[in-house]
Design a protein around this ligand. Structure first.
Ligand code: ADP
Length: 480
């Protein structure tokens, strides 16, 4: 089977969020299952820099061509490989749309996304590659199946191609002014309630949901939740309409890159059978962030974008009480809304021996925190899949989560024997507090903790499992 995987971000060439991790890992796992994958992504400025950094070869495969949309800008296509693999990456190049230093820095995100989407479809035909499935991702590529089902409907080149569309976060839908219909040169008949119209504007993600053969999101629980008004972000009706083709496939994590036994980003390596390295990482982290070095004091880590989605108001509500009344350290790494940055910096000021707060984005420090902490806090309001809890589990750090979305699918309540973490359901800080106190109670019992850590480290979070499920979705899309 031949798959075109279309994404705005692909790790390690361009990463902003979790989408990049998926786009960089899933194709590799699919390849192991004998699926022939090609990736399509924009030739962002940062991609150019990373191609140099990785010493990758790159060549132009299609010269400038017109897209027949509302711009004279032309696209050209370059080809390179996903680093360390022979998976081809086709890069859509255009200096005007992809010259920003940031992946999403274009002054006109709507035009940029349309330009990319249309260029991908046209280049597939020009390259004369006969894909079985086009797999597009998130709002930026939501219009791809809309094009295929409208202006390319009569084009026999595409008649055997089916489409799969993955929602990585329903919170970002790509909603733009009606004028983008003219720019995209889509037929007027799709601009209605049953099409891509959305409260007088156009909604790219709605297009992906309605026009793809198969739709999925990144965890089974989130796939259920988004059909309700609480989580549906005004698209719950549309998602219900498509419930027969809506699936949830949990993301995996890269087991090679994230292996406590070999990870070079952490000072001491360890494995489930020998955890001394983890304890030494704890000493090292306490020292590094200026806390008292004390093995008996549990560390609760938190690494996150500091936004409302992540449930930080709950943390803010109760953390002062927790650190004031319990023998515990709290180490936070994140950036985001000033209200959260300031609140946590204040807390660190008040409890300098117990709380360390680092404002910034630092992947190496993040790894040291995952490895050194005893617990990891992730009480998200909603969480499509979540990576933080998965890295924690892999590093034997016990997640304390709100059971929502992917958190509910990866973390199970510890009962003394089975289970790999702690959690709560009601979005209310008193329930978070209870979960933390329960975790701290178990922390005092070495016998329970060693079972818990083993359970955590043995949780299957591999891409292996997810890749098999994607193969099933690809096969299913051919029957629609
Ligand atoms: P989201 O994609 O919604 O931000 P995820 O849990 O899916 O949440 O992924 C977040 C990823 O970004 C994790 O790998 C986490 O370790 C990382 N991360 C978040 N904030 C920071 C930070 N300040 N420094 C380093 N890594 C971070």
């Amino acid at each position: 089977m031949k798959i075109a995987f279309v994404s705005f971000e692909v790790y390690p060439l361009a990463k902003v969020g979790g989408l990049a991790d998926v786009a960089g890992s899933l194709p590799k796992a699919l390849k192991k299952k004998n699926i022939d994958v090609s990736i399509f992504m924009p030739y962002h400025k940062i991609v150019e820099e990373n191609i140099k950094k990785f010493g990758l070869e790159v060549k132009k495969v299609i010269d400038d061509f017109d897209l027949g949309i509302g711009t004279d800008q032309k696209a050209s296509i370059y080809k390179t490989n996903l680093p360390g693999t022979d998976i081809p990456i086709y890069l859509v190049s255009n200096d005007y749309y992809f010259s920003s230093k940031d992946v999403y820095g274009s002054p006109d995100g709507g035009q940029q996304a349309i330009f990319f989407t249309k260029a991908v479809i046209d280049s597939i035909k020009k390259l004369n590659i006969h894909f079985d499935v086009i797999h597009s991702n998130d709002w930026q590529t939501g219009l791809l199946p809309v094009y295929l089902k409208t202006i390319y409907r009569e084009d026999s080149y595409f008649s055997d191609i089916s489409t799969v569309y993955t929602i990585h976060n329903l919170g970002y839908q790509g909603v733009f002014d009606r004028s983008y219909m003219d720019f995209a040169k889509l037929p007027d008949y799709v601009y209605n309630m049953d099409g891509i119209e959305f409260y007088g504007k156009i909604n790219f993600m709605k297009g992906g949901i309605l026009f793809s053969d198969i739709v999925n999101t990144v965890s089974p629980t989130y796939a259920e939740e988004i059909k309700t008004p609480e989580y549906g972000e005004k698209l719950e009706g549309v998602l219900q309409l498509r419930k027969d083709v809506l699936y949830g496939v949990l993301n995996g994590i890269d087991y090679v890159e994230n292996d406590p036994e070999t990870d070079k980003r952490i000072p001491y390596n360890y494995n489930p059978k020998s955890l001394e390295g983890k304890r030494k990482n704890k000493d090292a982290l306490q020292k590094e962030v200026g806390l008292e070095v004390k093995r008996g004091t549990p560390i609760i880590g938190l690494i996150s974008r500091l936004f409302d989605q992540k449930g930080l108001d709950l943390v803010d509500d109760i953390m002062k009480y927790v650190v004031a009344s319990c023998d515990v350290n709290f180490v936070l790494l994140g950036t985001g809304e000033p209200k959260y940055e300031n609140a946590f910096l204040e807390l660190a000021k008040e409890f300098p021996k117990k709380v360390a707060v680092k404002i910034g984005f630092d992947v190496n420090l993040a790894q040291r925190i995952y490895a050194a902490s005893d617990f990891f806090l992730m009480p998200s309001k909603y969480e499509p899949c979540g990576l933080g809890q998965m890295y924690s589990l892999r590093y034997g750090t016990i997640p304390i989560v709100r059971y929502t979305g992917g958190l509910a699918d990866t973390v199970t309540e510890f009962d003394g024997k089975s289970g790999n973490g702690f959690g709560f359901k009601n979005y209310d800080s008193s329930y978070l507090l209870k979960a933390i106190l329960k975790a701290l109670y178990y922390y005092k019992r070495d016998d329970f903790m060693s079972v818990l850590i083993k359970n955590a480290m043995n949780t299957d979070l591999s891409w292996e499992r997810s890749a098999s499920e994607y193969v099933k979705l690809y096969e299913l899309s051919k029957t629609r």
